[in-house]
Write a protein that binds this ligand. Structure first.
Ligand SMILES: C[S@@+](CC[C@H](N)C(=O)[O-])C[C@H]1O[C@@H](n2cnc3c(N)ncnc32)[C@H](O)[C@@H]1O
Length: 201
C-alpha cells in the first residue's frame, strides 16, 4: 500500500480517536518539515529530539540532516503513533511518553544534552502550566548553542492563546525568531526558532 496513504490513514484515525492529544487534521507538509528541520546540525554527531512526531511527517526531513553517528530520538505519547513510527522509521529511537517528562525519558536512554529539539506538539491543547513545564524541560536539556523549533499556524497568530504562547517562548528563550509563512502546508504555518534558554530546572 502507498506509504503516504498509510501515513494519512494512521494520522486521521488517531486524530479522530484522540482529538485531545493529536490536535491537527493533517500531518505537516514536506516544505514545512524542511523548514523545521533546518535547526538540526548536519555536521559531527548531533543528538536530536523530536516531540510529538505523530506519524513522522517531520521525521524524514530530520533524518536526512542527521549525519551517521548522530542520534534521532522521538518522544510520542500515543501508543498507536509509536507503533506506526517503529514500523515505518527504523532509524528513529521511539520513546513512548509525555514530553512533560522529557529530561527523565532522555536520561533513561543515556542522553543528558541535546543539540536540537523539533516540536510538532499541539500547544493549543495544553494549559499554560503544561506549556511551561514542557518548555522548561526543553530548556533543561538543550546544549549551549542548541536550537528548538516549533510550529505556529498563521491563521491563529492573532488569537489570545497563540499570543500568550509566543510571550511564553520569549520568557523562556533569549532569542525567538519567526520564519516567513510556509504557504504549502494545511493550514499555512510559521516556524519559531528559539535559542539560549533563560530558565533552567
Ligand atoms: C499535531 S500532531 C503532529 C504530528 C507531526 N509532528 C506533524 O507535524 O505532522 C501532534 C502529536 O503530538 C502528540 N502529543 C500530544 N501531546 C503530547 C505529549 N504531552 N507528549 C508527547 N507527545 C504528545 C500527539 O499524540 C500527536 O502525535
Amino acid at each position: 500500500m502507498n506509504s503516504l496513504f498509510t501515513e494519512y490513514r494512521t494520522f486521521v484515525t488517531r486524530a479522530v480517536r484522540e482529538p485531545s492529544t493529536v490536535g491537527a487534521v493533517l500531518p505537516s507538509s514536506p516544505v514545512l518539515a524542511r523548514e523545521m528541520a533546518a535547526v538540526v546540525p548536519s555536521t559531527e554527531r548531533p543528538v536530536v529530539v523530536e516531540l510529538g512526531p505523530g506519524t513522522g511527517a517531520l521525521s524524514g526531513a530530520i533524518a536526512q540532516r542527521v549525519p551517521e553517528g548522530g542520534r534521532h530520538v522521538a518522544v510520542e505519547i500515543d501508543p498507536g503513533m509509536c507503533e506506526h513510527l517503529r514500523a515505518t522509521h527504523p532509524g528513529l529511537e521511539v520513546l513512548e511518553g509525555d514530553a512533560e517528562r522529557l529530561g527523565e525519558l532522555l536520561a533513561g536512554v543515556g542522553i543528558h544534552s541535546v543539540d536540537a529539539v523539533v516540536s510538532g506538539l499541539p500547544w493549543s491543547l495544553f494549559d499554560a502550566e503544561s506549556q511551561r513545564r514542557v518548555l522548561r524541560e526543553v530548556g533543561g536539556v538543550l546544549a549551549p548553542g542548541g536550537g528548538f523549533t516549533t510550529i505556529a499556524y498563521a491563521h491563529a497568530l492573532g488569537l489570545r492563546g497563540a499570543r500568550l504562547f509566543r510571550h511564553r517562548l520569549g520568557e523562556l528563550f533569549d532569542e525567538v525568531i519567526t520564519s516567513r509563512t510556509v504557504w504549502r502546508n494545511v493550514p499555512p504555518a510559521r516556524v519559531y526558532v528559539c535559542r539560549r534558554p533563560v530558565l533552567r530546572g
